[in-house]
Design a protein around this ligand. Sequence first.
Ligand SMILES: [Zn+2]
Length: 316
Amino acid sequence: MPKIETVLGPIDVSEIGFCLMHEHIVVSNWSMRQNFDDWFNPDTEIPKAIDELSQAKALGVDTIVDLTPINLGRDIDIIRRVAEESCVNVIAATGFYWNEEPWMAGWSAEQLAEYMIRDIEIGIHGTSSKAGIIKCATDHPGVTDSNRKLLEAAAITHKHTGIPISTHTCVGNRSGLAQQDVFEELGVDLARVVIGHCGDSDDIEYLQAILARGSYIGMDRFGLDSLLPTDKRVQVIAELCQHGHTGKMVVSHDACSHIDFFADQGMIEQFAPNWNFRHIPTDVLPALKKEGVSQNQIDQMMRANPAAIFAQKKPY
Ligand SMILES: [Zn+2]
């Protein structure tokens, strides 16, 4: 049985169970945290994360993939503690977000990949926790020179270690296809890539164009209704299931127990009350069933597809 690295050690792929493939425990800027004591309060935020994941566990969530990249404040000590106390398996990521940070200009894709490979082969930040997935991102600028370098670093790391890639896209510029172009050019098997944030789109033609090239698609922002409401997201998944794509979709929230993108934390509750780790088991799965998606198809998307993505770990 193939093994997958969780932050608390390797498990059999069969133990992944019900898996949310794109979530975040804490997103909090490292520089601000280091300089201002009140930027992030671990005494309140860590128990909150443990409580939120424990609630998800009670609803049947066995595993989450924490896709927080290095430069969005990935904090392995917090991730480990939350995994330990919530008893949810957590798979951590290595890789970089799309922001063009000045230091990035001076480093090659190969050099960045060396650090990512270290996260996967040795462990993250002096711990025994190894990254189990590679994150990369393009967002609204698309595949700029800088973002292309980050995709190249992801491809090098993937080919060296064999662990899967999961991306962040912006549906506005259909950048999922541009990411596939780069990966294909670099010799990456597109079937080992999850093109993320596809759930923000109801453009079936765009989604089928990505699927036709063999990648998985992340229907992974349930709860962010301002980008696309839940009922629309559910209809798109149901339609793609009818078209025979059940085996290529993974479903998640991209929720964060804590995220510092908004100065007013209360605003998140207000504008996205369902953006949490419970929305899918509580509301989305019953809604999918109402749209004709069977329990077998749900199990495929929530259990079998994540296991298949992690099972094919082999270097090129
Ligand atoms: Zn995310």
